[in-house]
Design a protein. Sequence first.
Length: 935
Amino acid sequence: MSENNDKRLFLVDAYAMIFRGYYALIRSPRITSSGMDTSAIFGFTNSLIELIRRQKPTQLAVVFDVGKTNVRTEDFADYKANRSDTPEAIQLAIPYIHRILQAMHIPILGVEGYEADDVIGTIACKAEKQGYTVYMVTPDKDFAQLVTPNIKIYKPGLKGAEFEILGVEEVQAKYGIKDPKQVIDFLAMMGDAVDNIPGLEGVGEKTATKFLQQYGSLENLLEHTHELKGKLKEKVENSAERGRMSKRLATIICDVPVDFEHEKYDLETPDFEQVRQVFDEIEFRRLYETLYRAFSEDKVSTGAEVLEPAKEGATQLDLFSSFDDLEQATSQKASLDSSQTLYQLIDNSTAVKALVKTLLEKDSVCFDTETTSLNELEAQLVGISFSYRKGLAYYVPIPTKLEQRSQTLELLRPFFESTKVEKVAHNLKYDYKVLYMHGVQVQEPYFDTMIAHYLLNPDGRHGMDYLAQMHLNYEPISLESLIGKKGKGQGLFNELPLETQRDYSCEDADITFQLYELFRPELEKSELLTLFKEVEMPLLQVLAGMELRGVQLDRGWLEKESKDLESDLKALEEKVFSLSGETFNLNSPKQLGDILFERLGLDPKAKKTKSGQYATSEDILQKLSAAHPVIEPILEYRTYQKLKSTYVDALPLQIDAHDSRVHTNFSQTTAATGRLSSLNPNLQNIPIRTLRGQQIRGAFVASRGHRIISADYSQIELRLIAEIAKEQSMIEAFLKGEDIHASTASKLFNVPLQEVSKLQRSQAKTVNFGIIYGQGAFGLSQQTGLSRSEAKSMIDAYFATYPNLKSWMANQVEEARQKGYVQTLLGRRRYLKDINSRNFVVRGHAERNAVNAPIQGSAADLIKMAMIRIDRLFNEKNLKTEMLLQVHDELVFESPLDEIETASLLIKTQMEEVYETKVPLLVEVGVGKNWLEAH
DNA sequence: AAGCAGCA
DNA sequence: TGCTGCTT
């Protein structure tokens, strides 16, 4: 293994890698059955094994910080202070990682009193002298200073991203410098927040780069400060000493008392049995197979070849089913490659026909489309892959020429339009829309693996590459590595060689099919299959329809409003400048804060945000409005600026040139409660509160001969709370048709309903609202301006009025503790792993979610059901009315004039009768030429 | 609270 | 990346 001409030493920066692994998984951490967070261990170990598998180091060691690091702390007491609050999961991880490394026979290094950086630096230098090529394995940019022709940085790829190797040239290019050593000067000038290196005052990345090009080093800069001008000159001169200290802090020490004993670092075969024991303990199942493979694959002997981030051919897609036990693996070693996957190109009509015939005999078939664009409306089909068995997939290229393309699609049509075969895909709505634009309408039954995972784990991430790694322990070819990063230089999928297209696409279909096999039984086990089949899958098609349809905007009005706002803003800006006696960028909260609190000294105890800036949010400014006349125009400026930039100017840019309509995208897998979310553009946050904001809704217009119908559930969440918690007095209020906030106030303040004051009603409303959003006592005081204890007693009074509500809430929390999750009316789950946390902030959050998720989620369930039924009835009755938008408790339609009454009634009835409840569900319907009038 | 988005 | 602000 260790030929002389191949001496490649990898030094792993342990803590940096552990942190990185931990944060990479922070959104869906790995938790064992006993509740231990093993994300950090997994992240680290996975990267390490990946490194061994792909790079085949000859020498390898892992370096930790040991004991107190006092060499630098003498210099600057705060050094690395920011790192002290290490998460619990990381502290817990260290002993396990040590055990794993020992079992793998990988040396653990560390020198008391020195940073791991310094140990790595020292060993790297020594190894270089002995003819080694050294790779420092770390995401930390500080190491760039050590780079030489034989010492490089190996930056592992994060989740699907490729790894990076930084040699001299890369470092030069990245920092715009001649010598990697200048990285020290660079850090000394700009500072580094993570390591608490202060840097020079007023110098950031840009300025530091400029200085380096001009002066070459910190010292030289400090000698020439007289050449600088203005504020910057002053700041740099004042912080010169700080700069020199920063340079000492940033310098990695290369004379740590440690030797490089190369024979100890030879990469040896692990003690598999021992590794397995540790893995078993922390419930790592698939990682063991990866480890075994890393050591059983053919060794590659020349460094240069291995280090090219080359793609492995798709034929090497490993299927670890055959690695279930060690013996089998041993006997198969090195020969498993092409035997287990078959990715076939289907490029003539005879073969396509045969394929479709086969597909039509299957119960479930997975497919994946490849296109030229992420925008479904303009995407051209390039190819489609199919898979119905693990390891097996077919790729059908779709010709560019119209005639041949239609021919191919006609051959495929029977499959897509079959009502027997279940069509499996990841993010099926995308494929549905693309095919729809090509004249093919994919029919139910559907199985979207992305949505399946969303139901199984609504808080997690649902991307295919990510799921492949988590559930199949497999890293797919990244599209980016084939066609380049997003932006100008990005290539098109159809320009790739056919074999590459085939391998990439088949792999996706194959993986999706494997995910399907995994998730389907899981859905069943969690009793989510009905929700999935009856609600989410049918909804997919409804949403696709809404997105394809889009909504018409009044471009002329928006353009005029933009000009009006522009001139209003100009006037306000001048007013602010003259009142404050200074001109600055009003859009910069940072500059605004400085002016208000430094120059005008408005509030000596001004609040700061956590990054040290002055907070200038609306509620803070509002309190100051009496203190200075400048505040009022600032607030007004803010409001208008927001309207202009976010809506008036942004919306016209999203108008599609083909049909002059805006096509938003509804995400069915983003909000953990079960709500939808809308993006590109977000049409769920169009203003309504203020008069001028409202006008924007007027720009959402019905097309000629049509009207907008808006239908909104009145107080659906409160009604559901009353229903689910069986809160009798609240139910009665709804039955009597009372104003619920007034009714709450009447009970809360013990006054007759007729005598409830405005303030009382508004306070009751805030409490009701707080319950819905699970805000708790703490948020309430913020919202109302009441003191903490006043808010507290208000909530006590609230619970005294609604005792069943209180006990229902307590019940939810209890249920979450026992089962680990809470449920909506339709069985949608939200897992709350923090419900037993010892940290009361974290636990409190989970507890509020235990109450909030079933309410918000149930409301989401109901409106989703209503959408499906309305859509079906429109089709059955052949109505031309079309659903355009959903805004959580509101549906917006576009209806031909002669259908308005029929459609309105149908909509209202379906929404109100969507689910049988004791509390009546009330829907308010409005009609108008635009969304504003319809409200 | 939790979505999305604009801006520096 | 952090801050701010719009909706429900």
